[in-house]
Design a protein around this ligand. Structure first.
Ligand SMILES: [Zn+2]
Length: 237
């Protein structure tokens, strides 16, 4: 990770060298730590003073607990292949609070659920799994991704779980086809260059169906969600 908050989760974003220069080599003793912009955990300074000139200074996350679900890993920890290229430009928590409220309005929530359900296929998205996606989105503060539009959120949700095709008996997950080197903001900055793709979890090959890969756009969401009048308000409670 190239930047972290200095001294507290609200501290300014600094690069490793900047952190080191300001906090000094005694920073631990002085109780000054860098914090991750995403998970807000303390991260570790690495490679600022090293004899190896090939080491790029960075901030590293603490080791993930051995029994932790890899999908619960921090989006900025850079160690889960599934989350590569899915980090946002940053987080905007005050906007995020508004986005989250709008997302949970009955119509928007029903549309997000119907979209995810129809891409997974009926029977493959139990309510409990959808709730797990929402919980994970809360922990990753997806609603606060800088500039995320409401329509892009269900696409992000689909990347936060593993699914089983109940009829055919295989595991699958979702990923994105998008410009090389882009982050998740490509979904709303260059939607025409992005697609969501369903992959077999066993070998990461594309599941071949007529709607896979599927376009990324507000219209594509509406088309796939279809009629949501069958979803009663409060269906998640
Ligand atoms: Zn983190």
């Amino acid at each position: 990770m190239k930047k972290a908050h200095y001294g507290s989760i609200n501290g300014p974003m600094v690069e490793p060298k900047e952190f080191f220069d300001k906090a000094t080599p005694e920073h631990r003793k002085r109780g000054i730590f860098p914090y991750c912009d995403s998970c807000r955990e303390v991260v570790h300074l690495y490679g600022v003073h090293t004899p190896n000139p090939n080491t790029t200074p960075r901030f590293d996350h603490a080791d993930i607990a051995p029994d932790a679900d890899p999908l619960d890993d921090c989006i900025l920890a850079n160690r889960n292949q599934r989350y590569r290229g899915l980090e946002p430009d940053g987080w905007d928590d005050s906007r995020g609070a508004v986005m989250r409220k709008r997302f949970f309005e009955d119509d928007n929530l029903a549309q997000a659920y119907a979209f995810c359900l129809n891409l997974c296929r009926h029977g493959n998205l139990p309510k409990v799994k959808f709730l797990s996606m929402l919980n994970r989105a809360d922990r990753k503060r997806v609603w606060a991704y800088v500039d995320i539009p409401l329509w892009s959120i269900p696409y992000v949700l689909l990347t936060l779980e593993n699914f089983t095709d109940k009829k055919k008996g295989y595991e699958f997950h979702f990923s994105f086809i998008k410009p090389v080197g882009s982050n998740i903001a490509a979904l709303w900055q260059n939607p025409e260059e992005c697609k969501i793709v369903k992959l077999f979890s066993s070998n990461s090959k594309v599941v071949e169906t007529s709607d896979n890969p599927y376009p990324v756009s507000e219209k594509a969401i509406l088309d796939k969600a279809g009629d949501t009048s069958w979803i009663r308000p409060g269906f998640l409670q």
